[in-house]
Design a protein around this ligand. Structure first.
Ligand SMILES: [Fe+2]
Length: 194
């Protein structure tokens, strides 16, 4: 089943009164809108991209941080949504098809299944775009570096931190090249949030 922008927002907002910390909900809205803006310039499906942005962290509604990718995937599959949406919950935290290329370390109980999926999955432009927008969204748009520093501040650094920074910058460059200019130009408010 396809997920609409409106349907995705409903799924997300459904958790607003059920969780203590709602920062991730506002962050998810920011990710969806950010991705929609870039998608419009790239000529890809804007509604699908926004929906994917809204639900990428949906697993945080019912699971602790460490298990939110798999929990989000299962949640969407149980509701009958297609893999292209549910997969976003798995792909958004891992760069370079590598389970170790993360901003914050996660010790998921489903690590073996995740590793197999992340290693073999062919990342679509939708997967990559949500990963990128997650890296430039707090509750507002910020540079990738500012977002990463915020994550390190809350969750600490680890042995793959520098590797993850490099891959994050590479991912942005890939989209800069697709657009033909620095994508931060689409988000002038970033300069207010330095
Ligand atoms: Fe996120």
């Amino acid at each position: 089943m396809k997920l609409t922008e409106e349907g995705a927002l409903k799924l997300l907002e459904n958790f607003r009164n059920k969780v203590e910390d709602t920062n991730w909900i506002d962050h998810s809205i920011c990710v969806g809108k950010t991705a929609g803006k870039i998608a419009a310039k790239l000529g890809i499906d804007v509604e699908k991209v926004i929906a994917c942005g809204y639900i990428h962290d949906i697993g945080k509604g019912t699971a602790e941080f460490e298990n939110h990718p798999m929990q989000g995937y299962k949640y969407l599959k149980e509701l009958g949504y297609d893999d292209e949406y549910a997969n976003i919950c798995l792909t958004h935290s891992y760069l370079n098809n590598d389970i170790n290329c993360v901003a914050a370390e996660m010790h998921s109980k489903d690590i073996r299944i995740l590793e197999e999926f992340i290693t073999n999955h062919k990342y679509t432009i939708y997967d990559k775009l949500i990963t990128l927008c997650d890296l430039m969204s707090m509750q507002v748009n910020v540079t990738i570096e500012k977002r990463l520093i915020d994550i390190y501040d809350r969750r600490g650094v680890h042995k793959n931190t520098v590797y993850n920074i490099r891959e994050s910058q590479k991912l942005k460059k890939e989209f800069d090249e697709m657009l033909g200019y620095n994508l931060y130009r689409l988000f002038p408010e970033i300069t207010e949030n330095l």
